[in-house]
Design a protein around this ligand. Structure first.
Ligand SMILES: *Cc1c(COP(=O)(O)O)cnc(C)c1O
Length: 436
C-alpha cells in the first residue's frame, strides 16, 4: 500500500479495475501494511486488547456501519468477527463488483445460505431459476423447507413464468447467470423491472430482493449490481481464487444489509479463515483480469472448434453467434470497458446415439487418463483446464427425471478453459472425441 503523502498521480477511483485489482485500495485502514509490498498472512485467532476500555470499544465497533468501519483503524478482537486479510479482500471484492460492501464467508455455499437467510425467514418464499448449482438446489429444496422457507423453481428465461411465480410471501429472487452448467442466461435488467413493479405496492419490510450468483461470469465479465441485482454471491473457490488452493465465498451488496450479514456470519460461524483469504487477495483477484482475458480468447477458439466437430451434438458458449441468447450475452456480459466478455466456460454435448451416455463416459475416461491438458475435476476458473460431466457429478443432487426435464443429459460436458496453449487443449479434445 502506498504512502498517502507520496501520491502524485490520479486517484484510485479513476483507475481501471484491472489496475485496482492489483493495487487494492491505495490507503487501507485495515492494517498497518505501509512497509509490506505484499500483506502478510495473519495467523492470530484472537487479538491483544491492551485495556478493558479498548476491549469494550472493539465490541462496540463491531458490525457498525461499513463506512465508519472502513474509515478508522479497526480494533480486531477475534477472527470470526473480522480480521485484516479478509477485510482487505472484502474492500477489493466490493470495488470489483461495484458494490458498497462485501463480506467473505468460508465457502460459496456459506455465502449463498447467508444471503438468502438474512433476507427470508419462516413463512417467506423464494423464487429461483430451475437449474442451479447442485448444492444451491439442495439448499432450497432439502434444507430451507425445514425452516418453513419454500421455493418455487421456475424457468426464469421465461419472464412471464417468473412474474407468475411471485407470491405475497416472496422475499427473494435467486438465480445464476450464466447458469451452471448449461450456460443459459437470465436477463438481470428484465428481472429488475418485474421486481420493481411488484415492489411499488409493498412495504419496505416486504420488498423482494434479487440475489445473483455471479461465480461463472466473475466481475470481470459481468457486474450484476449495475444491472439491478441487490446482492451478488461469489464462490471464491473458482475463478476469483483462480489457483485452486482454497475454498471461500463472498456476498457483495448495499451497506444497508451489512449489519444483518455480518451478524449472521458471526453467529452461524461461516467466517473465511485468514489463510484462505490471503491467496485470493494476493494471487487471485490481482490476476483475474489477465487470466480471464486469456481464458476467453482460448474459450472462443475451442467453442468454434467444437461447434464444427462431427462428434459434437451441441455447443453452448455465450460468445458464439449461434448461442440462443447471443444478443442478451452481448448486452449483459462485458468487461468494465464495455467489451464483450462471454467468459471461460463451455457446455457441450457429445453425440449420444443410444441415449445411455456411454459415449460421454468414454470421452471423459479417455481424457482423464490420457490427456495432458484436460483434468477431470469439479471446480472451474483455474489455471488448468478442467472437465466434468454435470449429469453424474456436480448436479447429481437433482433427481433424474428433473434433470431430463431441465435438458441436462448424460452426454453433457462442462469445460472450464485454463491457461494452457490453446492448440494443446484442442489436440487433446480432438483425440478424446475420437472415443465417442
Ligand atoms: C462452486 C459453486 C458454488 C459453491 O461454492 P463453494 O465455494 O464450493 O461452496 C456456488 N455456485 C456456483 C455457480 C458454483 O460453481
Amino acid at each position: 500500500m502506498s504512502n498517502p503523502e507520496n501520491r502524485t498521480s490520479s486517484p484510485e477511483s479513476d483507475r481501471n479495475i484491472r489496475s485496482r485489482l492489483i493495487h487494492g485500495r491505495a490507503v487501507s485502514h485495515r492494517w498497518e501494511y505501509s512497509h509490506h509490498v505484499v500483506p502478510p498472512i495473519t495467523a492470530s485467532a484472537a487479538f491483544r486488547l491492551d485495556s478493558a476500555e479498548r476491549g469494550a470499544k472493539g465490541f462496540e465497533q463491531f458490525a457498525q456501519d461499513i463506512d465508519e468501519a472502513s474509515s478508522q483503524i479497526p480494533i480486531y478482537v477475534y477472527d470470526r468477527l473480522g480480521e485484516p486479510n479478509g477485510d482487505m479482500l472484502e474492500d477489493n471484492l466490493a470495488a470489483a463488483e461495484g458494490g458498497e460492501m462485501a463480506l467473505c464467508f468460508a465457502s460459496g455455499m456459506a455465502a449463498i445460505s447467508a444471503a438468502i437467510c438474512t433476507l427470508a425467514g419462516s413463512g417467506d418464499h423464494v423464487v429461483a431459476h430451475r437449474t442451479l448449482y447442485g448444492c444451491s438446489y439442495s439448499l432450497l429444496t432439502n434444507w430451507l423447507p425445514r425452516f418453513r422457507i419454500d421455493s418455487t423453481l421456475v424457468d426464469m428465461t421465461n419472464l412471464d413464468a417468473t412474474r407468475g411465480a411471485i407470491k405475497p410471501e416472496t422475499r427473494v429472487v435467486y438465480f445464476e447467470t450464466p447458469v451452471n452448467p448449461d450456460l443459459r442466461l437470465i436477463d438481470i435488467a428484465a428481472v429488475r423491472e418485474i421486481i420493481d413493479k411488484e415492489n411499488t405496492s409493498r412495504d419496505v419490510s416486504q420488498k423482494i430482493k434479487i440475489i445473483v450468483d455471479n461465480t461463472f461470469a466473475t466481475p470481470y465479465c459481468q457486474r450484476p449490481i449495475s444491472l439491478g441485482a441487490d446482492l451478488v454471491c461469489q464462490s471464491l473457490t473458482k475463478a476469483i481464487g483462480g489457483f485452486g488452493t482454497d475454498i471461500g465465498g463472498a456476498v457483495i451488496g448495499p451497506r444497508s444489509l451489512y449489519h444483518d450479514l455480518i451478524m449472521y456470519r458471526k453467529d452461524f460461524g461461516g467466517a473465511l479463515s485468514p489463510r484462505s483469504a490471503w491467496p485470493p487477495l494476493v494471487y487471485g483477484l490481482p490476476t483475474l483480469a489477465t487470466r480471464m482475458a486469456n481464458y476467453q480468447k482460448t474459450a472462443h477458439r475451442i467453442a468454434k472448434f467444437l461447434e464444427a466437430h462431427d462428434k459434437v451434438e451441441a455447443v453452448y458458449y455465450p460468445g458464439l453467434p449461434s448461442f440462443p441468447q447471443y444478443d442478451l450475452a452481448k448486452k449483459q456480459m462485458c468487461d468494465n470497458r464495455g467489451r464483450f466478455a462471454p467468459g471461460s466456460l463451455i457446455y457441450f454435448e457429445v453425440k449420444d446415439s443410444d441415449g445411455t451416455g456411454e459415449s460421454a463416459v468414454r470421452f471423459i475416461n479417455w481424457a482423464a487418463r490420457n490427456a495432458y491438458t484436460l483434468t477431470l475435476a469439479v471446480s472451474l476458473g483455474q489455471v488448468k483446464t478442467l472437465i466434468e460431466a454435470p449429469y453424474s457429478m456436480t448436479h447429481a443432487a437433482i433427481p433424474e427425471e428433473e434433470k431430463r426435464r431441465l435438458g441436462l443429459v448424460p452426454g453433457g460436458i462442462r469445460l472450464s478453459v485454463g491457461l494452457e496453449d490453446w492448440q494443446d487443449i484442442m489436440d487433446d479434445l480432438n483425440q478424446a472425441l475420437e472415443q465417442v
